[in-house]
Design a protein around this ligand. Sequence first.
Ligand code: WT7
Length: 633
Amino acid sequence: MIRDTTVLMNEKRVFKPSEEIKENALVKNWEAEIEKGKNLEKYWSEKAEQFEWFKKWDKVLDESNKPFYKWFLGGKINLAYNAVDRWIKSEKRNQVAIIYINERGEEKKITFYELYLAVNKLANALKNLGVKKGDIVSTYMPMCPELLIALLACTKIGAIHSVIYSGLSVGSLVERINETQVKVLFTADGTYRRGKVIDLKSIADEAVLQCPSVETIVVVNHTGTPIELSKLSGREIFYERLVEGEASYCEPEPMDSEDPLFILYTSGSTGKPKGVIHTTAGYMLGTATTLRYVFDIHEDDLFWCTGDIGWITGHSYVIYGPLLLGTTTVVYEGAPDYPDPGVWWKIVEKYGVTKFYTAPTAIRHLMRFGIRYTDLYNLESLRILGTVGEPINPEAWIWLYKNVGKERCPLMDTWWQTETGMHMISPLPVSDLKPGATALPLPGVDADVVDGKGNPVPVGKGGYLVIKKPWPAMFRNLHKNKERFKEIWSEFPGCIYNAGDMVRKDEDGYFWIQGRSDDVLKIAGHRIGTAEVESAFVSHPAVVEAAVIGRSDPIKGEIIKAFIILRGGYELKTKLIGELKKHVRHELGPVAVLGEIVQVDKLPKTRSGKIMHRILRAQEMGENLGDTSTLEE
Ligand code: WT7
C-alpha cells in the first residue's frame, strides 16, 4: 500500500525537543554526529571499542568481494559473553536483566548473574546433545525467559539460531526447519493469548513428523498445562530435565567477527520466504549503537520493546541491543488490549518503564478506546517513545506523543528491516520531529532516494529507498540462495542496496516513507509476500489461480484482497469463503488477514504469464492503469 506523502508533507507542524532532553542526551549535536558518521570506518571502529574482544580486528571493512562485505576482519568476539558474562564482573551483577511479565499479571525477574548461570547450564546441555559451532538450532516458543536463554546459549557456543515466530503454523515450520536442517528444536506447551492458552506443542509435533533432521525437541513447561511427551517421535526432552545436573560454567566460543550468528526468515516479493543471515560482530555493534543513541540509553533505564522475538525487532531490541548495553529489558507475553486496553500503561506505571518502543498498528488499535486508559495511569517515568514496522500516520503519531508521552517525550519513528538488522533512518532525541516522517539517515548510514536508473531525484519527488554504503549490521547472505542475494545488490549501478520501499525527501532532507515498492504486504507491520498467499490459495482444491493485493485498513494498515479463479463446479458462497479463510490461515498463520475474496474469470498477466499486481492495485484504487503494453490481453 503506497500512501500519498505529498499530502502529509504539507503538514508543517514541527515538534522541538525540550531543554531537559537536550541537556541529558548522549548526542547533543545531531548534525555534527552525522558529519562524524561520514567517515564510516573511523566512526564504526570507535564505537566497536565498547565491547570486550578476545582479539581485536585487523581490518575494519573489506570491500574486495562485493556484495559480500566483511566487517572487523580478524576479530574474535562472543555475543553472549558481551551481553551477559561481562556484566557479572561489574556492579551490574545483581541488576535485573530481564523482567518477564504476562497477561495474567505474573512476573519473573532475572538478574544478570542468574541469567549467566542459566545460559551456561543450557549451553553445556546443548553441547552434550552434540550441538557444535555452526549447527542450527530453531525455536518455536512464546515470549518467555527460556527463549532468551536458549538464544544466548546458542551464541555462547557458536550455534546459529533460527527463530520461528509462534504465530506461524505447520507449513511454515516444516519449510524453515527442513531448509536449515535443524538439529535441535525448542518449543513449549503453549502461550497465553487473550485469556486462553494456545497450544504450540501439537503444532510442533505435527511439523516434526515431516522434519527428519531434528534430533531433539526441547519442551519448556511454560503454562503448566499437563502435557505428555508425544510417543510419536521419541526425540523429546523437557527443558528442566535437560539442564538438570549441568555445570554452570561454560567457556564462551571465540567467534570470528564474520561467523554466522543467526538466520531469520522474511518474506520477499517472489517465491518462498528467504533466510536472512546475520553475522556476529557487525550485528552486535549495529544494534547496541543504534539503541544507545536513538533511545538515549542511560544506566537507570528500563527499556520495553513490545515487538516479538519471532521477528527482527525482538532480536535486535528486546534481547540483544538492551543486554549488550547492560540495560534491563521487559519481555511481555500477551496482547495490548487484554485483560483491558490499559494493560500496557499499567505495566509502564508499575515498573517505571522509561523507554517504550512499539508498532503503529497497536497504537491505532488502542486509540479506539480513547484516553480513558492513558489517563488512568501515571506515565511520568517515560522519557522516549519509538515506533517501527510500517509508516505511522500523523494522527497516531500525535495521539501517542500527546496522550502517552504527554508532549514531553520525543517520538522516534525508526525505519529499518530484517535485512538491515539495525535502525537505519530515524531522528535522535535532540532532533526536530515531523509527524509521519522518519527524519534522517542515522550517523554512519548512507541512505538516499533514487529513480529507476539509480540517479538522485529532486526534493519532493518519489523514488526508491536505497542504501549507498555498507553498514555493520547489514545482512551478509541468504541461506542457500547466494544468487538472489547478489541480485538484490546489483539492481542499481554502484554497490547500493535497494530496500524495496518508496520514499520522498522534503526540503530539510527528511524521509517520508510511502510504502513497499514491490509485491510485499505489510499487515499490522508483519511482512508477507503476495506469492506466499497466492500459493496458499491454490493449494486448496477449489482454486485454480489466485492473485492478491493489499487493501487499506484503518487499524492493520493493510489486509489481503484476493482475486480467485475457481475450478468448475465450485461457487464462491459463504461456506467456501469460510473454508478458504481457514485454509489460508492454517497454511500461513494468523498474520495472513483476509479482508475480501472475489471471484474472477481472468487475471491480468504479462505475455510471459506473470500476474500484473500493479494493474489490480490501480483498478482497486480507481486509478489510471498506466502502461499496459506488456499486458497479455
Ligand atoms: C519493512 C521491513 C524493522 C523491524 C520491523 C519490520 C517497513 C519498517 C518503518 C517505518 C515506514 C517502515 C518498510 C520496510 N517499515 N519501519 N518506520 N516507516 N515503514 O521489519 O518485517 O523486515 O519489514 O517494514 O516497508 O521495508 P521487516
